[in-house]
Design a protein around this ligand. Structure first.
Ligand code: ZN
Length: 459
């Protein structure tokens, strides 16, 4: 058990002071409107702007763009601006399981359930999570594990993996009283699959416009760029927000490593003056997989580069080096299939209802991907491997393929680069080194230039 009931009393002078500050600030920021209303207003609009063109944003030096974070929810605003979730406790057993979260402020919450796998999702206005480091990694009773973090600007979420179908008996926030902080209380009891699915059907009818599920890719169309004839490259830093991706034993998170690398790559590609660049995310925000693909398609991108970092479980031994992946229905080997499956979990991890994916993304069959796109994807992937070789260590088999959802645009050549393994000591040292990032990003820029030079000369 990572969390215990008796951890409740941890209010130090510092905690009390920050609580007071947070309360004061929240009161100033929120003003007349309730925090929940503010959160919802954000939530409704937030997805498009969050994923919106980072090319409109002035380039920031990669070094200062993202500071190493301790909490998965580290958002742009100062921590004091949002209510703080400081402690989480699980109680009970598999007949009744309780989750209690201490908050510096009362917030409105909404709980709903998702199937395949069985999950409970709790949405709330943006809060700053300051849970102990391993919170959520293990569970109790009906709760197998849970994740928490920003799901969009203005909206936070807790996603609970259930050990079996469960019913949400209670989900509410108690006001602070008698020296006790405000508390989010969730109570679950076991149910069967049939009842679980019935509840989901009822919830779906009652609710609409869930945060994180407003797919509005058309709004990504960039009018100002229409007159710019330079090829558009979409850089896609994997994961983000509530989805941390892989994690090094020492705590470094994939979502942060790949964002920092991608921002550097963006700056370098823009510096050539030959290309436009759009980021699927340029901060710690969650973006659904389908939306990443849509950002590239709606803007008729000439190239899509997804950036990730791999990890092996301890039982799987050790591996190191970079690997470049292209799309294929049948994976090049079992490990590639496994990796694609893991990367494709992002939406489930963030508590998205996968059945609500827009048809034009969910329904894209790999067979429909144009042959030309495949050829170009492979050509670029080979170029990246050749150039990476000069900058960093490559995996034993550096060119692989598997069914990655983010690579499924039928009209945009797409590759996914796994920069290295966060579970390998030497790789991790590289991944967090500015020198290594600089060299490696340079080699990808070179591959990009070669790719377009070859294409142009062929036309
Ligand atoms: Zn990843």
């Amino acid at each position: 058990m990572a969390v215990r009931e008796d951890m409740a009393v941890r209010a130090t002078g510092l905690a009390l002071l920050s609580l007071l500050l947070a309360t004061l600030l929240a009161a100033m920021v929120v003003g007349g409107a309730s925090a929940a209303e503010r959160g919802r207003a954000h939530a409704r609009k937030a997805v498009a702007p969050a994923a919106a063109p980072a090319d409109a944003v002035p380039a920031t030096p990669a070094t200062s763009a993202v500071t190493p974070e301790v909490t998965p929810a580290a958002a742009a605003p100062a921590p004091g601006e949002f209510p703080v979730a400081s402690e989480v406790r699980l109680g009970g057993d598999d007949q009744q399981t309780r989750m209690v979260i201490d908050l510096t402020d009362k917030v409105d919450v909404r709980a709903f359930t998702l199937a395949n796998p069985y999950r409970v999702v709790i949405d709330m206005p943006q809060v700053t999570f300051q849970f102990p480091p391993k919170a959520g990694e293990s569970g109790r009773g009906l709760i197998k594990a849970f994740r928490f973090g920003l799901v969009m600007q203005g909206g936070s979420r807790i996603v609970i993996d259930l050990a079996r179908p469960a019913h949400v008996d209670k989900a509410f926030v108690m006001e602070a009283a008698n020296d006790q902080p405000a508390r989010l209380v969730l109570e679950l009891s076991p149910t069967d699959r049939e009842a679980f699915m019935r509840t989901i059907a009822l919830e779906n009818r009652a609710l609409e416009n869930r945060p994180g599920e407003t797919h509005n890719a058309d709004s990504h169309a960039d009018n100002k760029a229409a007159s710019d004839p330079r090829p558009l490259i979409v850089i896609d830093p994997g994961h983000g927000g509530i989805d941390n991706g892989t994690r090094a034993p020492s705590g470094e998170m994939e979502k942060t490593i790949v964002l920092e690398f991608s921002l550097m790559l963006r700056d370098k590609i823009e510096k050539t003056g030959k290309f436009r660049v759009v980021m699927t995310r340029s901060d710690d925000t969650f973006i659904p997989l389908g939306e990443r693909v849509q950002i590239a398609r709606a803007r008729q991108a000439a190239l899509f580069i997804s950036i990730h970092a791999d990890a092996l479980r301890r039982s799987e031994g050790d591996a190191q080096g970079a690997t470049v992946y292209t799309l294929s229905e049948r994976a090049s080997d079992a490990r590639a299939a496994q990796l694609a499956e893991a990367e494709n979990q992002a939406d489930a991890i963030a508590g998205l209802d996968l059945s609500s994916e827009p048809k034009d993304v969910a329904g894209i069959l790999i067979d429909l991907a144009r042959r030309e796109t495949k050829t170009f994807s492979l050509q670029f992937a080979q170029g990246v491997v050749a150039d990476l070789k000069t900058a960093t260590r490559l995996h034993q088999h550096p060119l692989k393929s598997a069914a990655f959802v983010v690579l499924k645009a039928p009209d945009v050549p797409s590759v996914l680069v796994e920069l290295g393994y966060v579970t390998n000591k030497a790789d991790l040292k590289s991944l967090i080194s500015t020198d290594w990032r600089d060299r490696t990003a340079d080699s990808i820029v070179h591959a990009v230039q070669t790719f377009f030079a070859t294409r142009t000369s062929q036309n």
